[in-house]
Structure formats: C-alpha cells, structure tokens
Design a protein around this ligand. Structure first.
Ligand code: PMP
Length: 360
C-alpha cells in the first residue's frame, strides 16, 4: 500500500474508477450517445449564445441558472415553472446532489439492479448505504415487487430508472406511484432516455403534481445529442430544489454551459429530429437479433441488451477486433449496444453475424 492509499477513505481503497473504455474505433456504440452531430442551425445558435457571454467571463455565472431553468421548464411542459427545475453538470451531478441532500451516513438508498451502475457508486461516495431490490427475470419491475423491497429495506431514497439502463425497460406509472406511496423517503426516477420511449407521454413528470417526494431526472446528453456539453436537470417540488441549494457548490454551472444549453434549447425541434431515426435503428437491432434466436430485452431507450452468449466478453472482444465497440455491463451472457446511424447499425449487425458464424 502506498502512502496515499493508506490515507484514502477505507471504503474507497482498492476500487476502480467508473468508465467505459474511450477507444479510437470506427463504430463506437458503447456509451448511449446520440450518433448524430448537431444540426448546423443548432450549432450556430449555441455559438451565438456562447459568444454573448464570453466577454463577461471575468464575472461568476448566475449561481441559480434561472434563465436556463425557465427554458428547461418550458421544454418539459406539464405546467412546470422555474421553481420546479434544477440544473447541473450532467444528470450524474444532479444524482450526486440529491444523495448529498437526502442520503448520506446512516441513510439507505434502494435500487433495482441491473440498472445504472452509477446509482450505487454515487451512494457509496456520499456515504449512503446501498440496498439492492433486484429486478425480475424479464428485467421488469412490478408494483408488488417494489412495495416488498421498500417494506424490507425502509429506504430514505429509492432509485427507479425508466427507461432502465442497461435493459431498456420502461416502467408503468402505477409502479412509480406504488413506490412513492410505500416509502417515507424520496423517489428518484432517472429518465435519462425518456425521449426515446415508445410512449414518451408516459413520463413520470406528469405525476409530479400529485407527489411531493417524487423527483424526475433528465439529461441533454442523450436525445439532445449534447453529451459533451454536460447538462443534466431535474423536475420536482420547489422544496426539493431549495434543499439542493444547501449542497450545490456555488457557481457550479459555468456561464459557457448555461449559454450553450440555452442556445440548444432554441432548436429543440431540430435537435430531437434524430430521435425517430434512432428508434428505427433500435427496433431493427431488436428484430434482427431476435430473428437470430438470441434473447433480446424490449427497449424503450436508444440501446439494446441482448443475451444468449456463452462467453459475452469474448464476443465483445471479437466485435472490437472488427472495429465495433459495444458495452459489457458485466451481466453474464449479455451485452449492450447503442443504436447508431443506419450505417453504424448495419456495421454492428454484420460484425455480430460474422462473429457468430465464426464461433457458433
Ligand atoms: N442516468 C442514466 C440512466 C444514464 O445512463 C446516464 C449516462 N450513461 C446518466 C444518468 C448520466 O448522464 P449525464 O451525466 O451525461 O447526464
């Protein structure tokens, strides 16, 4: 053990940092980004907005990002106002702030794995105890299952993810309502992939009006194609936002980020125009792999989880050898692929077919 290791918090010693490999490959389908570059009109709007703030960078940004939050509330609709919305550097930071405020030492967060692996990691780094309610065999989650797990663990925070990463599974509103009613704590619905859902109007945002302990987190990294800008946000009761002001670092969201996000939101329609094409490629992946006889999880996201492999890491490596990078989430027998452009998706499906033919 080095000197530094011995000084590190005991619960962090020996851990490896989270992160998918960032490799220089021809076809990168491993981190659920939007495969399409920004349309020129939106790129220009972002440049104009950023140019307007550059001269004022000697000053700190608006600490409460009020204009941006107003724009995000308008995008979400459902009669939400600036007081219902909060923004940060990616939804990961939003989730961290939520656990800083509502989790922490002596408190428990409950999740249902397989799900987004940052949920337990952020729980751990904020000193929050993690409890795993596990998902059902088909990766679904029933109201009954959620109620039983809440009764067993009595959590302070419940994580639901809809559509769920890495399975793509969307949740019915009754499951979310059951969670809020069964628990005494906060229920976070991570909707990073909401725009790709087959029924996007089935969002938990519409449940906020009746449920004060419900929080819905969103991101501009996926459907909006702005992963590089780092902008996540949430919608919740105004008291939740007041609580987050206690833990957020002052000026956490730079003027550049706020301006870029506001510029992008002027072109929401053009930005989201790629969502339909991505859905088509997602459904194509599901249908093609299913036709090959492999199990595939139904997906409401921009990725697909497929299984039936005796040695998934070997398939992952063989695909990489063919220039196609997908994701091994550590689920035995399963791999996850992001739906790309039509040609990227074709390249992936051809490579998968080749790998299986070589190695039946
Ligand atoms: N939630 C889920 C379910 C995700 O898959 C991701 C990104 N992989 C995030 C949150 C975080 O995204 P970001 O920080 O880019 O908003």
């Amino acid at each position: 053990m080095t000197n530094i290791d011995s000084l590190l918090r005991a619960d962090l010693r020996g851990k490896t940092p989270y992160g998918a490999p960032q490799l220089d490959v021809e076809v990168a389908l491993n981190t659920n980004e939007n495969a399409y570059a920004l349309p020129d009109t939106v790129a220009e709007a972002i440049q104009r907005h950023v140019a307007e703030v550059v001269g004022g960078l000697n000053r700190y940004p608006d600490r409460d990002a009020v204009d941006l939050r107003r724009d995000l509330a308008a995008y979400l609709g459902h009669d939400l106002s600036v007081d219902n919305v909060w923004a940060a550097n990616g939804s990961n930071e939003i989730l961290q702030q939520l656990l800083q405020a509502f989790g922490g030492p002596g408190r428990t967060a409950l999740g249902f794995t397989p799900s987004y692996s940052m949920h337990p990691i952020i729980a751990s780094s904020t000193g929050t105890q993690w409890a795993d309610g596990l998902r059902e065999a088909d990766f679904g989650l029933s109201a009954e299952h959620v109620r039983a797990a809440i009764a067993e663990h009595d959590p302070d925070v419940v994580f639901l993810c809809s559509p769920n990463n890495p399975t793509g599974t969307a949740l019915d509103a009754e499951v979310i309502v059951a969670a809020v009613e069964a628990c005494r704590g906060m229920v976070i619905v991570d909707e990073a992939y909401a725009e790709f859902a087959r029924e996007p109007e089935n969002t938990a945002v519409r449940l906020l009006v009746d449920h004060q302990r419900l929080v819905v987190t969103r991101t501009m990294s996926k459907a909006f194609g702005l992963a590089g800008a780092r902008l996540g946000y949430l919608a919740a009761h105004p008291d939740v936002i007041s609580a987050l002001l206690l833990v957020r670092l002052p000026y956490h969201l730079s003027s550049l980020t706020q301006a870029a996000a506001r510029g992008a939101l002027t072109g929401t329609k053009q930005l989201l125009a790629t969502v339909d094409e991505i859905r088509i490629q997602r459904d194509r992946i599901v249908a093609t792999i299913r036709a090959q006889g492999l199990p595939v999880a139904d997906s409401d996201a921009n990725f697909v989880l497929f299984g039936g492999m005796a040695d998934a890491p070997a398939v992952w490596q063989k695909l990489l050898d063919r220039g196609v990078l997908i994701r091994d989430n550590g689920l035995p027998g399963w791999l996850r692929v992001t739906a790309g452009t039509q040609s990227e998706t074709t390249a992936f499906l051809a490579a998968l077919q080749a790998v299986q033919t070589v190695n039946p």
